[in-house]
Write a protein that binds this ligand. Sequence first.
Ligand code: SF4
Length: 468
Amino acid sequence: MAKTLFQKIWDAHVVAQEPDSPAVLYIDLHLVHEVTSPQAFAGLRRRGIKARRPDRTFATMDHGIPTSSRDLPIVDELVIKQIAQLEQNCLDNDIRLYGIRQNAEKQGIVHIIGPELGLTQPGMTIVCGDSHTATHGAFGALGFGIGTSEVEMVLSTQCLLQRKPRTMEVKITGALRKGVTAKDIILGIIAKYGVGAGTGYVFEYTGAAIKALTMEERMTICNMSIEGGSRAGMIAPDDTTFQYVAGREYAPKGADWEKALANWRTLPTDEGAGYDATLTLDADALEPMITYGTNPGMGVGINAPVPDPAGLADPSQRAALQKALSYMALEPGRPLLGHPVDVVFIGSCTNGRLSDLREAASLLKGRRVNEAVRVMVVPGSASVKRQAEREGLDKVFLAAGAEWREPGCSMCIAMNGDELRPGQYAVSTSNRNFEGRQGKGGRTFLASPLTAAATAIAGVVADARSLL
Ligand code: SF4
């Protein structure tokens, strides 16, 4: 029987399936961080047990750690406690930790270091107590976020109870034009179909525009699948995937590599396999995207006007848009182009990889950021930071007047001292623009690294294509 990529991975990992019950799913890789794991480890301790597969469990610290100099003492009591707890929990359970004191040269945002280390591989089931675990689906893996009690379940059994989602093909036809990026594809999909379109489904991204993307671009797209409502997002593994994984620290080697490769080549969706639903987007017609509201689906092409609530027939949609525009203090009917911003944030698990920093630096090189704007460039991992510095990108950012920070989640989540002040506007390359996400009262426009860099230079929302 012809099967989809999702179906193949699901079938290979079901340990037990009772009628009308969730399946017991085997988990190949469990990623852990400091914020969602303390309760789960405490649960193990109460039960007098240890992690069942420490060799398939890897930890990092990213959400709460400050991204200012690592030489400075951390002042936040909660962060100090979370760091100490994670260190002790990893020690007690023989789990490898990429922290700020242990293996710090490989520390970073959990969804950036998994692929970097070669832990993320095609065909795997991957979970983490973080919703953007969908990122790992870019490798043809089934990756999704889990709650704290599920973190304990996976730590103790290496399995998870899961109801089987349906499959949705998200077909991106055509080719991206100059100045339009992977971030614009995913913002375009969510703007077109809404934040609930994928509820109950797993997305599989297909089409010529997806095939042409690098692995880092594919990760940007899969990362935001959850913002379209889906459980996970996947892309069929191909030579681009295999070349990325080959030679990385935890990638199979020698005969094991050949065996793995033969298996991975069987994973793409079979000809004739059906999806439960399909969405489409034409990459040829796509503009750089930017959000104007308080969920990632409230987005438009950068030249398009902010929609007018009066134009919406549905009363609940009209009320939601009115509320969002009121929070954002925006007038409908005008594009965001030219709107002043206070902060530009370039980083996060969506756009904190080397290629994102290269893109931003390509615009900032030889230019200055507007003096009214604070520009924070935060590499997604210590490896990204090192490589960027080898290439001199740090010098480009610093010469332009931007801040060059230590790796972490930073202003994506504002748990770490990096935050907007009430009323401030930011163009952010992260993935969420909810009320207060980047700081109480802060207002977020989500966009690509190119749009962020162009805005940093102009001091107002700008179209990067005018600078290319
Ligand atoms: S960068 Fe943001 S979205 Fe990504 S893991 Fe950190 S807090 Fe979550």
